[in-house]
Design a protein. Sequence first.
Length: 674
Amino acid sequence: MSVRCLICLSFLWIGRTCAETNLIQLAPAFVTASRSTSAQVSPSAAVVDWWQRRLSEPAFTIDEALRSVPGIFVQNSFNQAQDQRVSIRGFGTRAAFGVREIKLLVDGLPESSPDGQTQLDNLDLSSASSIEVLRGPASALYGNASGGVINITTDEPDARPFLETRLTGGSWGFQRRQLKAGGAIGRSAFHVSGSWTSLNGYRRHSESKNWFLGGKIRHFINEHSSLTTLFNQAHTPWSQDAGGLTRAEVDGDRRQARARNVALNAGEEVTQGKLGFVYRNSITDEHELTLTQYSLFRDFANKLPILPAAGDGIVQFDRLGVGGGVKHVWDLPANQLVAGVDVEFQTDNRQRYANVAGTRGLLGLDQNESVRSVGPFVRNEFRVNERLWLVGGLRYDNLSFEAEDHFLTDGDDSGSRPLDQFSWSGGLQYQARTNLAFFANIGTAFQTPTTTEFASPTGGGGFNAALRPQSAISYEVGLRAQLARQLTGEVTLFLMQIDDELIPFTSATGRDFFRNAGRSERKGIELSLDLNLTSGWYWQASWSAIHAEYRDYVTTGGTFSGNREPGIPAHQLFTELGWHGQSGWFGRLDLQHVDQFDLNDANTAKNDAYTLMNLRLGYSTELGRGALTPFVALNNLLNQRYNGQTRLNAFGGRYFEPSPELAATGGITWLMEF
């Protein structure tokens, strides 16, 4: 039976079930990431109540929180020098490092830089309370790099004083010490968090250390307005990079590091800090004004496994960034209008040197790179009647990339790349019955190359003049239904067409560069089910299927039109059974299956399918004026040998980064309230 037949039968069955059963009304889908306060109509969205789960998780990597969300794929080999690779419906799959094509927000401020790159170095998951995921293009809301949106909300300041400490340890030398505190002074409330983390690593040459300090201070100016101050700083003195392996090397010793990575001491050192402000004023019942402003710095040094004869293997830059925005919400009984503008600027002082046995050699590049971005936007949500909502959005982004070359021995490569783009979206939601709602959305997204991706394969500074931004249009339809009193479900079908897709390739030197594909197409289905059982038991499941292929992609190295896009598994399945007993015991058992996927544009190399099973057990008990919560987390109970992260189009077949087999983590949290 074809996938289309299964989809049609699923819709018919759900519709019939809803029509024959007297069920309670669906709760409205409020998603703040849509930049609206009502958000009845938004792209496919999921909300993870992370505060309910984090006590039984190491809270170390973002895949812990996102593995249950359909349409999202997180690769993680515990290589902290590369970060986890997050993709939504294929957007972000090809990130050489960090997160690409996805907008990441924390408490309303962007973690993504103006050029579209996102790092996870200063992300504190132990203080995150909820995580929203918008699946599909959202450039009409956020501009560049908005193939999807991840919006993280951290713990709110509370007037009640508290002190929390947590100790965690586990396999492969994992250790973490955390301390949180909060309370109120006058009309201000605060929440601060600090942590120190170290990891020896599953593979050789993968040691990492990190410390973090961050917090939130909210001052209530009056009953209508408040000012929130957000700050954080993270320091990673060194994260080693074990590198990619060939299949033969993985089969021989999966815990080994690539010899060249060890010889050239591959890895990175990062220090990053951010200070931001969010001012909100409910001027009247109908009008709300929000002003944001942030400043950041990032000092980065990276040693790549590139021999001096092949190129410059040591990269360092000092980044300064500043940004902010204005948003006004006009809320009427049947209409909500949101309008505003985002402004961002970053400047990098970048150098590249030869990597001589892990030490800095001759200078090969010295330039200042700057990116400026201005994006006014408008979004309107209109309630036609009790059953039908309509929404539309429009945004214009104007970006400017500039390079000032200071290394003139090979000529002056200074230059600029002005880029601009209109993005739009539209959608509707129809409440067919109290327990059944249909929705449809259409939207566009665009992605500029980052300053790193703009590098020219021919060498030198400046920008690759042949590289173009990619653009996409997405169509989706779906339904949300209350299938039984305790069972809810959602089904979404989507189609995306992408022009000038940005594709990475590794040159013979070992350095990653980018080029454009002509046209690509992705289509798929996403399904999620949530069932609340009796006595504190629950069950949830999600399934994603996607077919992604190049429609027009011709290079000097071959013609790839008709091939599958690498890095995108055709199927993913997640299911979880959990409970929370009245006695204080809680636990979860989950299973995740990831289908086989291609690793290069030619479709001649593949990553094997794998199935992971994870167990979480914990116990919470009152102890005096506080609470004590020990937990144990067992990952990969099936002891699968799998590659949790891959390097696409890697030179020499070095595609694979093996992940740990069975691993255990345990910890204890002590919370004292005063």
